[in-house]
Design a protein around this ligand. Structure first.
Ligand SMILES: C[S@@+](CC[C@H](N)C(=O)[O-])C[C@H]1O[C@@H](n2cnc3c(N)ncnc32)[C@H](O)[C@@H]1O
Length: 314
């Protein structure tokens, strides 16, 4: 392929370049200059979805948060009730008797919901304290749910679950909490049956991640005082790790990993997945549980705080 490449300010080289991808999926364009016949290798800025340096730091936080988190939302909150679970269920379209893997199951709320729909569920989490809560809360359909302790950033551990043994894999509100996602996503094609699906939800990468800021403006319009709620975004394209609060009042912050939509989906496309369904659920305009807080997403019926996607294998 003949292509102009600018290796530095004001210098234009015409030549051929090809792309090679190393083991970690990073792209290294290899440039052969037609002018100098010298071989120049340019390493593009790395945009990796993975932050392995945070693997250890993130591990224990969820175990410390588990009790508080489960006390707070074990019975569900408005995000789960109105946005995440209905969209996930629609995209999953479960049939009774199907085998499902629930990754990062927390206290098992969605695992139990799937078992109630007739699925046979293997649910795992890395936080032992969440699993203790999950087992305690499982009073019905217990014969259809198995809870395991497993770290989703460990590909060998994920692959030990077996080859081609799940009709569906679900991962609700976990990927943005995981330091490394490539070990998991690269393993899923081997776990899923031929026509299996992978449904995940995340905080919306564009509107509810990283430096996105919720803004409320009060102003006069046609003789009325109006409140307008919105989101402003500054740093979107670059992936980064940050500490944040998932639920107001939580005893310590957790790590989040901001990944743009293209970074997130390309991590799936690279391992043979294609996007087959997507939802960006919002709270309806007449939402009855609407809060008084103008910064809340339930006051923004046109801004989706979560993104839910279904991936299938090509
Ligand atoms: C926000 S909670 C979501 C829990 C549950 N899926 C839900 O929708 O209620 C994130 C969960 O991901 C789990 N998690 C984070 N990183 C993980 C990892 N590397 N392996 C397994 N679980 C992980 C946490 O322990 C926590 O239970």
């Amino acid at each position: 392929m003949v292509s102009p490449i600018l290796p530095g300010p004001g210098i234009l080289l015409l030549g051929r370049y090809s792309r090679s991808i190393n083991n970690s999926g990073n792209c290294f364009p290899v440039f052969d200059s037609a002018i100098t016949h010298a071989r120049i290798i340019i390493v593009f800025t790395k945009l990796s979805p993975d932050f392995p340096e945070y693997d250890d730091k993130t591990r224990d936080i969820w175990d410390r948060l588990a009790g508080w988190w489960d006390d707070k939302i074990g019975d569900g909150n408005s995000f789960q009730d109105y946005l995440i679970e209905p969209a996930t269920e629609r995209l999953l379209a479960l049939k009774a008797g199907e085998k499902v893997l629930d990754i990062g199951c927390g206290a098992g709320r969605f695992a139990r919901r799937m078992a109630a729909l007739g699925a046979i569920v293997t649910a795992f989490d890395q936080a032992e304290k969440f699993l203790v809560r999950a087992r305690k809360r499982t009073t019905e359909n217990a014969e259809r749910i198995e809870y395991l302790k497993l770290n989703a950033t460990d590909a060998a551990a994920v692959l030990s679950l077996g080859e081609r043994c799940f009709d569906a894999v679900v991962c609700t509100m976990v990927l943005m909490d995981m330091s490394s996602i490539t070990p998991l996503i690269s393993s899923l094609p081997r776990l899923l049956s031929q026509d299996g699906r992978f449904v995940f939800s995340v905080l919306h990468p564009a509107f509810n991640s990283g430096t996105a800021r919720n803004v409320a403006e009060h102003y006069q319009q046609d003789g009325r005082l109006v409140t307008r709620s919105s989101v402003t975004v500054s740093d979107y394209t670059k992936p980064f790790a940050f500490k944040g609060i998932g639920i107001r009042g939580q005893p310590e912050p957790q790590y989040y990993f901001h990944r743009s939509i293209s970074l997130l989906f390309n991590a799936c496309f690279r391992y043979g997945f294609v996007l087959d369904g997507i939802e960006e659920p919002v709270f309806p305009e007449d939402f009855t549980g609407r809060s008084d807080n103008p910064l809340s997403f339930d006051r923004m019926p046109l801004v989706p705080p979560v993104l839910v996607a279904r991936m299938v294998l090509r």
